[in-house]
Each structure stands twice: as structure tokens, then as C-alpha cells.
Design a binder for this molecule. Structure first.
Ligand SMILES: [Zn+2]
Length: 432
């Protein structure tokens, strides 16, 4: 019997081995698979591990400097909020900063061209450890993080600058710019001078060879005598074909400064004839052969040729009603000044900071930059003035002038004017 079973088993041996082999194979594969899954799970778990993450960030942090400095010049339309939003710091940090700067009257509101500085500490959570802002040419506010890091300590530092008042006069041979440069006047002061007359004088067309100018302006110098900053123009005169256009700087109200002629009349008008500096009038208002379309048609604006990127100013206070692509006009801006006047600026390379539909702009504020977008043969500004819905020639605009000083303001102006006239004769005497 035993033998019989053995024989049977031997007969089946081949079959038993086969089953055994299949079992082994299945088992090995299964074991290998679970092992692999475990390994992946373990790896994932390690990546989720906070401590490992921390040591990874601290490793990468070593490649970045701990302290970072940021210098910035305030642009028109800037607020603390939009500046701080460009810096990558935690929300609470932004709030702490805003609370601190807004507590102080003198730094609360930003002014165009104001210089600001941040120092950040990027250890752990990024913190502002120092913030500096120029209050005026001679004073600076410094916010330093206190030891407990909970707030800032404010210090106001007096800068050791000396103010120098300069007098320059010149006869225009080629352009105001080249004459002024040859006299050593800094470009910023020349631009400011041109801006003061921008309401009245078209520097391309109204200025003739032999016209002259006078200017009294401030400069701020460092202890070593190097020029730090251009100050204000105190007085300007432009003699155009024999007639003088005098302008006196005057603070007519608290912190409100403007320029007035000798009769106390402001030069500021509702709109500017030329909302751009250093441009050449390249095509005037009227019928002309269109440079691209080829046929004659009405040119309903004035073209000023200027290099790409030249700033374009809002020709008057108003509300932006359009800041977008407008076909042949390329990137264009439209401003509504009042119920009568609107202005259009076309072919811009880009819009000014913060310029969009619905935004309020001030006269002289940069709304965009010269370009050649849309139907255009080269970089220029196409400027349109719309009066009661009708396009008119901006260069023939007769606009009401600004305010005339009266009463006490007028009295104070007369005193200030005499002071400037005395200063002028002293400076002229000093020249000889
Ligand atoms: Zn045009």
C-alpha cells in the first residue's frame, strides 16, 4: 500500500513542484511590492516632516544674504500700501509698519520724488528692521525696530546740508536747454523752468534766437561741497521777443506753493499747450496727407516728436476716462478736465504708474510715455483737445488764466516779491 502511495506521489511530483514554484513566485512578488510601497511611503513621510523641511530651508537660506536693503524714489500716485505690497513680508509685519508710519504727521503722506529706504532681516520671518524717509531736503525720519521687535522707535535726523542760492542768466542761441546746460544749470532745474512756462510758451515755436532768461534757484550741498540736491526755483524770467515774463515763487497758503507774475496772477491755466518737455512739434492741427494711410484727411490733433520713453504729462487736473488700447491711436489716455474740456494722448509706449480709468490726476502728473503704438511712423505724442465735444487746435487755445492773489495773500506776496527782487540785485552785484 505504502509503495503504491509513493509511486502515486512520484507520478505527481512534477505537478507538486510546479504548484510550489507558483506559490513562491507569487509570494516573492507580493513581498517585493509591499516593500517598495513602504519605501515610497517612508520617503513621503520624511518630506512632510517639519524638522526636515526646516533644516532644508535653513540650508537654502545660507545662500541668501540675511539683510536686504531697498532704495526707492516715490512716484506720483504711490501710497505706503502699494509700496509695502511689493515687498515679500508677512501680513502682520505690513500692518505694524503702516500703523507706525501713519502715526507720524510729517511722514504720513508721501510726496513725489521722496527718497525712502528699507532694511529687512530675513532670519526666520522677514522683518523690517529699519525704515528711512526724507521729510525734506534737510531732515530725515528714521524708524528703527526696538529690541523686543514689537514696534519702531522714531528719530528725526537733521542733515548737515548747506543751501546755496544761485543766479544765472543767458541768451538763447540754439535752445533753452543747450544754453542753460552751458551755464552749468542742472537738467532737473531746466525741466522745472520749462514746466513753469509750459502753460504760456511753446518752447519750439515761440522762442527765437536772442531771447533771454534769468533764474534764481537753490541747491543743497554736502559738507564736502558736493551737490546733493536741486532745490526750488525762486524766480524766473523769460524775455520773449522783448517782453518779460516774470515769475515769483510764493507760498500763498500753508504748504501751498505756486508761481505768480509781478501782478500776483498765477501762470497755471486749466490746460497746457504742450504736455511734454523737450519735444518738437512735428505735425500741426489741420488737413494733411496721412503718413500711413496716404490720403489727405483732417489731422485732429497736434503731434510732438520725442524719443520713446519721454514722459507725457496730464495737461490739466481731471479724471482719466480711458487708459487702454484704442486701435490706430495705440495705447491712449483720455482725461475729462471739466464739463467743457477733455484731452487725448495717443501712441504711448506705456501708461504711467497707476494710470487707469477712474483715477484722478493732477496737472503735470506723468500719465504715460512716448511710443509708436497703433498707426504711427515713429515715436511721437498725438495730443488732442476736445472743447464741448469738438476737437480743436491745442496750439491756438485761449484759456482762462489761474487765480489772482487778493487781500492778505496779495499783501504777503508783495513783501515776498520785494525780498526776491533785493536778493536778485545782490546776486547780480555778486557776479560783477
Ligand atoms: Zn497725430
Amino acid at each position: 500500500m505504502k509503495d503504491k502511495i509513493l509511486v502515486k506521489l512520484q507520478e505527481f511530483a512534477y505537478f507538486i513542484w510546479l504548484i510550489l514554484l507558483v506559490f513562491i513566485a507569487v509570494f516573492v512578488t507580493y513581498f517585493y511590492d509591499t516593500n517598495k510601497k513602504n519605501q515610497i511611503y517612508f520617503l513621503q513621510k520624511s518630506f512632510d516632516n517639519v524638522y526636515l523641511k526646516k533644516s532644508l530651508t535653513s540650508l537654502t537660506a545660507e545662500f541668501k544674504p540675511r539683510y536686504v536693503s531697498i532704495d526707492y524714489k516715490v512716484q506720483s500716485g504711490d501710497t505706503y500700501e502699494n509700496i509695502i505690497d511689493t515687498i515679500d513680508i508677512p501680513k502682520e509685519e505690513k500692518k505694524l509698519f503702516l500703523d507706525n508710519v501713519k502715526k507720524n504727521k510729517e511722514v504720513k503722506s508721501l510726496k513725489q520724488n521722496q527718497k525712502i529706504f528699507f532694511k529687512l532681516d530675513r532670519k526666520d520671518q522677514t522683518k523690517i528692521i529699519e525704515f528711512k524717509i526724507e521729510i525734506d531736503k534737510k531732515r530725515e525720519a528714521i524708524f528703527l525696530r526696538n529690541k523686543s521687535l514689537t514696534s519702531f522707535n522714531l528719530n528725526i535726523i537733521e542733515k548737515n546740508l548747506t543751501k546755496v542760492v544761485l543766479y544765472k542768466e543767458g541768451t538763447i542761441n540754439n535752445s533753452l536747454y543747450s544754453t542753460a546746460i552751458s551755464l552749468g544749470i542742472k537738467p532737473n532745474t531746466i525741466v522745472e523752468f520749462a514746466r513753469l512756462y509750459g502753460f504760456q510758451v511753446d518752447f519750439q515755436r515761440d522762442i527765437w534766437k536772442g531771447d533771454s532768461f534769468q533764474i534764481i534757484y537753490e541747491q543743497f550741498k554736502n559738507e564736502d561741497g558736493s551737490l546733493v540736491e536741486n532745490g526750488d526755483i525762486l524766480f524766473a524770467n523769460l524775455n520773449v521777443q522783448g517782453s518779460d515774463l516774470n515769475l515769483y515763487k510764493f507760498e500763498y497758503d500753508k504748504k501751498k506753493v505756486d508761481y505768480f507774475d509781478e501782478n500776483g496772477k498765477s501762470m497755471r491755466k486749466t490746460l497746457m499747450k504742450t504736455p511734454i518737455n523737450g519735444a518738437r512739434l512735428s505735425s500741426s492741427f489741420g488737413k494733411r496727407k496721412h503718413p500711413i494711410l496716404g490720403f489727405t484727411r483732417m489731422h485732429s490733433g497736434t503731434d510732438f516728436a520725442a524719443p520713446t520713453g519721454t514722459p507725457i504729462m496730464a495737461s490739466g487736473d481731471g479724471i482719466v476716462t480711458r487708459a487702454q488700447w484704442c486701435g490706430g491711436g495705440g495705447n491712449c489716455v483720455k482725461i475729462k478736465h471739466n464739463s467743457v474740456y477733455q484731452t487725448v494722448y495717443a501712441h504711448m509706449s506705456k501708461f504711467g504708474r497707476g494710470i487707469k480709468k477712474g483715477v484722478r490726476v493732477k496737472q503735470g502728473q506723468i500719465i504715460g510715455y512716448v511710443g509708436s503704438t497703433g498707426l504711427s511712423t515713429g515715436p511721437h505724442l498725438h495730443y488732442e483737445v476736445i472743447e464741448n465735444g469738438k476737437k480743436i487746435n491745442s496750439q491756438k487755445l485761449k484759456l482762462p488764466s489761474g487765480k489772482t492773489l487778493k487781500g492778505n495773500q496779495r499783501k504777503n506776496f508783495e513783501v515776498s516779491k520785494i525780498k526776491i527782487d533785493v536778493l536778485k540785485s545782490e546776486l547780480i552785484a555778486g557776479l560783477n
